[in-house]
Design a protein around this ligand. Structure first.
Ligand code: BES
Ligand code: MN
Ligand code: ZN
Length: 498
């Protein structure tokens, strides 16, 4: 499948499906206006008769429309023109792509990027569109005996652009959209796999596979013996109850010469039962998603490798299970972390921070320019931000601003949350340097403060993706978030460095 750009007028384009948008109220929309004129007001008539709707995301396919060469026209509602921004544009693209993903098409022509979208560019419009396309054809049926109907993918996707449109920027947007989608799909697949397949060893083997695929990528796997030598007793305390061996995955992408690397650390708890502080059984299956931090940082490094960005990026993934057994860590146990700080484990279900703190200490050896950890860390984060935004907590204002900006640009939303000593004080322990849980409310923030005690020497941010990494209910599945945000962040950093 490849993307081509064209400046051919919409009515003249030879395609199996022409995609165009219409706004609410008056029939406005650059392409629709033009087609309407050339087709004896066929679109105006369809709006008037109520056959096509203009609300954001509504879709309708019209076969053999008068005045156009295309076999069929997909008309997409764009909602109100005043509020048509990047998020709305992305939503329109998603609806459009979902509505044709079941139709066998050899090619289609997308004329949506011609529409004006507030505070965005052709580069982003084409990127959002391509991301929406790949998301619409994503299927996870590798574990079903009877496969769903295989989605047929077009040989060619045509991007209609205006006469003044810069086709180079649009091609770059398509290429980056494709690369980011590779990362998103890797994250979705890893996230959706159950814990009896996606073990720490499986994650390590997948990373090896990716390191083989990309020339500039390499990987090192640390096993339990090495973790012991490195004194990662906090990490090891989490895996103590499990027979599956813990792994620490260290991936490196070298796209630049001597430059300090960026480091992404991902929580890789392949299943979180809570350990001895066991979780209730309702929805416990969803704790297979507790490795989505790992999945998304691995996805992000692959996206960066696909884009061949001139930057150095390392990924560190502590991977293990958290489950009870006679060898499991007990509430009240005290461990000495790699940093030398001691931790009283008051709740074995607050395990993410216990594996991350050692991974963060380990990462200091890379002398990272910025370090960002990504984790499904707290239920409290879901309460605070729902499934809409990822939480950002940081010890560095520039870094958190860059991440926030990347989240907006990538339309992969986030929100900054505070830290500070009032919260940090809640980690007091009578017996060790700190407890692994806070004594009051604000659980996402106290969790971040815990990690902050291990990142004092680095410019660090923590992303809590407990609400955004997967969907529950009928749509249950991994979202691949925040791969788009992380990719955008690294793209921007690579521009600053060069
Ligand atoms: N993996 C969970 C966080 C989580 C819970 C993510 C629900 C998504 C949905 C984490 O390991 C955990 O169990 N956190 C505890 C911390 C508490 C014991 C301080 C939580 O949030 O309940
Ligand atoms: Mn837990
Ligand atoms: Zn967990």
């Amino acid at each position: 499948m490849n993307f081509v750009t064209t400046k051919t007028a919409a009515d003249m384009i030879n395609t199996e499906c022409l995609i165009l948008g219409i706004f609410m109220g008056k029939m406005i929309g650059e392409t629709a206006k033009y087609i309407d004129k050339n087709s004896k007001k066929s679109i105006s008539k369809l709006i008037a008769s109520g056959d096509i709707k203009t609300g954001l995301g509504s879709t309708k396919i019209i076969n053999n429309m008068e005045g156009v060469k295309a076999k069929r026209v997909l008309i997409v509602g764009l909602g109100s023109q005043e509020s048509f921004g990047a998020d709305e544009f992305k939503k329109a693209c998603e609806s459009a792509m979902n509505s044709i993903s079941g139709i066998k098409l050899n090619n289609f022509a997308n004329y949506l990027i011609i529409e004006k979208v507030k505070s965005t560019s052709n580069y982003y419009k084409s990127r959002y569109f391509v991301e929406a396309y790949f998301s619409s054809i994503y299927q996870f049926d590798q574990l079903k005996t009877e496969k769903k109907n295989k989605i047929s993918t077009p040989a060619k996707i045509i991007m209609g652009i205006s006469n003044s449109g810069d086709s180079e920027k649009i091609k770059l947007g398509c290429e980056h959209g494709r690369s980011i989608s590779v990362g998103v799909n890797i994250a979705k697949d890893l996230g959706n796999l159950p814990a009896n397949i996606c073990t720490p060893t499986y994650l390590a083997n997948q990373s090896k596979k990716f390191a083989k695929r990309y020339k500039k990528m390499s990987v090192k796997i640390l096993n339990e013996g090495t973790l012991k030598k490195l004194k990662m007793n906090s990490f090891l305390s989490v895996t103590a109850g499990s027979k599956e061996p813990a792994k620490m995955i260290v991936m490196e992408y070298k796209g630049a010469q001597k430059q300090r690397p960026y480091v992404l650390v991902g929580k890789g708890v392949t299943f979180d039962t809570g350990g001895i502080s066991i979780k209730p059984s309702a929805k416990m299956d969803e704790m297979k998603y507790d490795m989505c931090g790992a999945a998304t940082v691995i996805g992000a490094i692959c996206a960066v490798a696909e884009m061949k960005l001139p930057i150095n990026l390392n990924v560190v993934v502590p991977a293990c299970e958290n489950r009870p057994s006679s060898s499991a860590t007990l509430p009240g146990d005290i461990v000495k972390s790699m940093s030398g700080q001691t931790i009283e484990i008051l709740n074995t279900d607050a395990e993410g921070r216990l594996i991350l703190c050692d991974a963060l200490t380990y990462s200091e050896r890379f002398n990272p320019k910025y370090i960002v950890d990504v984790a499904t860390l707290t239920g409290a984060c879901v309460v605070a931000l729902g499934h809409i935004r990822t939480a950002i907590m940081s010890n560095n204002e520039d870094l958190s601003n860059n991440l926030m900006d990347a989240a907006d640009k990538a339309s992969d939303k986030a929100w900054k949350m505070p830290m500070g000593s009032e919260y940090d004080n809640q980690l007091k322990s009578n017996f060790a340097d700190m407890a692994n849980i806070g004594s009051g409310y604000g659980g996402s923030i106290t969790a971040a403060c815990f990690l902050g005690r291990f990142t004092k020497n680095m410019k660090w941010a923590h992303l809590d993706i407990a609400g955004t990494a997967w969907k529950s209910g009928a749509q249950k599945g991994s979202t691949g978030r925040p791969v788009p945000m992380l990719s955008e962040f690294i793209i921007n950093q690579s521009k600053k460095n060069s």
